[in-house]
Design a protein around this ligand. Structure first.
Ligand SMILES: Nc1ncnc2c1ncn2[C@@H]1O[C@H](COP(=O)(O)OP(=O)(O)OP(=O)(O)O)[C@@H](O)[C@H]1O
Length: 599
């Protein structure tokens, strides 16, 4: 991949193209030589005609014409190859730049984007760059030179015939320019619709079971179909406008050809123009038209490309995660130290609305199990996301082993933490791929220990293909509880200093949950575990429980202490004992999941 200096004006595509400028210039130079070889041909043929008419030796003029044809063909071939290759490299560099930008983007900035549209920009829009930047740019320069050269040579042959030609071609060129402007507008619209189509398709595919369960196949089909129809209509308009460019110039050519032949033959008859000059002029007329048609076709392609370039630059400019580099000595403390975590008057709001966290303070020792409970929306997940630095703390501090996480490089911080998220994080691939995801060297002993702790060892051993068992998108092939255990095992392999579990055991049955509680106790003896929990059964044996309420810490203590001291905790406990969800609307799933010991 070519190294690209970040542009100040946000024009990433321009910066990437500039990095390939020598190759583009090389191809343009080759094209100019090819153009010169082409331009010399009519003069040489005119010379051949004169030689024939004067009975002079023919060998040298014939060889000169053949040589020019061969040079023209060879130069054009090499130029097309260099241009195509450079175009592919520009596309590759743009794609890799976008992929890097998206992967390192700020969570807040990324969550505002539609994923299907991001995909369309990275995959489809970039493919237009090859034609727009490499081929069209070179073609515009070479063809302009060709047009200019033809005009000068035609002027030298016969200014009157050139005047006739110019009149016809100017009218055609003006019409073509108008078409090119319309084409650009329609191309922008077309790219936007294709982006919308990708976004909506991605949304429906990502939640296909929900679509089916809600019997919304027709609704989604209609909505996405409407966008596909708009894309088709807009695409046809783009094609139609693009297709009209060449014939417009073709009409100009035919009109000028007719006028030139009629006028020219008349002048040959009167002897004011010789036949060789008229033949050369007509050949130049053809030489003028092909590059003129190409010129306008290229302008059209460039216009389509500009629509894509705007969208690519917009995505490439997405805000990036801050990366703070610490002096090595400080990094060492962070990497090898055993972190305890301190939330110190932490305030945070997602947008301009009411803050989600309103001065949260509590500490988590370097070892032991800390549970966080509280009503739905009280800010439990947000606490974990701030700890992972997915979002920046707006006021107050979060300390890890005494170090403000704001000054720890994100990759170092995340290397310390194993984060098992609320949502399903199973990736398409084998069980083994999922387990060792993001780790270069996972030993067999590490994998076995993690599988054992997560209660997955027997299951994996019972599968015919074991670790090589293929899973579909979102872990299709495993149950919800198995997926959760796989996510926990994936984090355990990393031997994190701090394990964050966000409702990571909510899908486990009572037996699995009991086994997981035992495993968690073992893990908590080695590192700090913070577990956001919905089921009270999973928090009763925690070393400390933090009760959150509307963005503040309402109480901290053990299960038995809180039953005595926290009315909110008592209420949450009572509600669950009644078989309802203590953290939101009661649901049948909660009742089913309620452990027998508490029902
Ligand atoms: N990405 C986001 N953008 C805007 N608001 C958000 C975002 N994520 C969460 N919120 C809001 O922040 C508040 C706290 O959400 P959070 O997920 O931290 O609560 P929670 O206690 O974990 O809830 P639950 O128990 O239901 O998972 C909620 O009101 C929610 O609407």
């Amino acid at each position: 991949m070519t190294t690209v200096t970040p542009p100040r004006d946000g024009n990433w595509v321009g910066a990437i193209a500039r990095a390939h400028l020598p190759k583009i210039i090389g191809a343009v130079v080759l094209g100019l030589f090819a153009a010169a070889a082409g331009l010399a041909q009519p003069a040489m043929i005119g010379n051949l005609i004169t030689t024939v008419s004067t009975n002079a030796p023919l060998l040298v003029p014939i060889l000169a014409v053949i040589g020019l044809f061969a040079a023209d063909a060879a130069l054009t071939t090499v130029q097309a190859y260099v241009m195509g290759r450079t175009g592919e490299r520009i596309v590759y560099d743009t794609r890799t730049t976008l992929i890097h930008k998206v992967l390192h983007s700020d969570v807040r900035a990324f969550s505002a984007l539609r994923h299907g549209d991001v995909q369309a920009r990275v995959v489809t829009d970039t493919s237009l760059l090859k034609i727009a930047l490499a081929q069209s740019t070179a073609s515009i320069i070479v063809d302009s030179a060709m047009v200019l050269g033809s005009l000068v040579l035609m002027l030298l042959i016969d200014p009157l015939l050139l005047g006739v030609t110019a009149a016809c071609m100017t009218v055609a060129s003006l019409v073509a320019l108008l078409l090119a402007r319309k084409l650009r507008k329609e191309a922008v619209r077309s790219r936007t619709i294709v982006g919308d189509l990708g976004a909506d398709l991605h949304r429906a595919i990502g939640a296909l079971n929900t679509v089916k369960a809600c019997r919304a196949e027709g609704l989604e089909g209609h909505r996405i179909g409407k966008l596909a129809l708009s894309a088709r209509r807009s695409g046809i308009k783009v094609s139609a406008l693009g297709a009209m460019l060449s014939p417009t110039m073709g009409i100009g050519l035919q009109a000028s050809l007719a006028v030139v032949i009629v006028t020219g033959m008349g002048r040959v008859a009167t002897g004011s123009l010789d036949a060789a000059a008229l033949t050369a002029f007509i050949m130049y007329l053809f030489y003028l038209v092909t590059p003129l048609v190409m010129l306008f076709t290229s302008i059209g392609q460039l216009q389509q490309g500009r629509a894509a370039i705007g969208r690519i630059n917009e995505l490439a400019d997405i805000a990036q995660e801050p990366s703070v580099i610490l002096p090595p000595a400080m990094q060492e403390t962070v990497v090898y130290g055993r972190p305890g975590v301190t939330f110190d008057r932490v305030r945070f709001a997602y947008g301009h609305d009411e803050p989600t966290l309103r001065g949260v303070s509590f500490t988590v020792p370097a070892r032991g199990l800390t549970a966080i409970v509280g009503p739905s929306g009280s800010g439990k997940t947000t606490l974990l996301q701030l700890l992972m630095r997915f979002y920046p703390v707006q006021d107050g501090r979060i300390l890890i082993d005494g170090q403000n996480i704001g000054s720890v490089p994100v990759h170092v911080l995340r290397g310390l933490i194993g984060y098992v998220q609320q949502e399903d994080t199973t990736l398409r691939g084998t069980i083994g791929d999922n387990l060792s995801y993001g780790i270069e060297h996972a030993t067999a002993a590490d994998v076995d220990r993690a599988l054992h702790l997560a209660g997955l060892r027997d299951l994996v051993h019972s599968l015919p293909r074991g670790m090589h068992t293929e899973l579909g998108e979102h872990g299709v092939g495993l149950s919800g509880g198995q997926r959760q255990r796989l996510a926990i095992a994936r984090m355990l392999i990393r031997r994190p200093s701090l394990l964050l579990l966000d409702e990571a055991t909510s899908n486990l049955d009572s037996d699995s949950e009991l086994a997981m509680r035992t495993a968690l106790r073992a893990i908590a003896s080695e590192c700090a575990v913070i577990s956001v929990a919905h089921r009270m059964s999973t928090v009763v044996d925690a070393d400390r429980i933090v009760v959150m309420d509307a963005g503040v810490v309402s109480a901290v203590g053990t299960h038995h202490e809180l039953l005595r001291t926290s009315s909110l905790y008592q209420r949450l406990n009572d509600i669950q004992l009644r078989g309802e969800s203590p953290f939101g609307e009661p649901s049948c799933a909660d009742r089913v999941a309620l452990p027998l010991s508490e029902s």
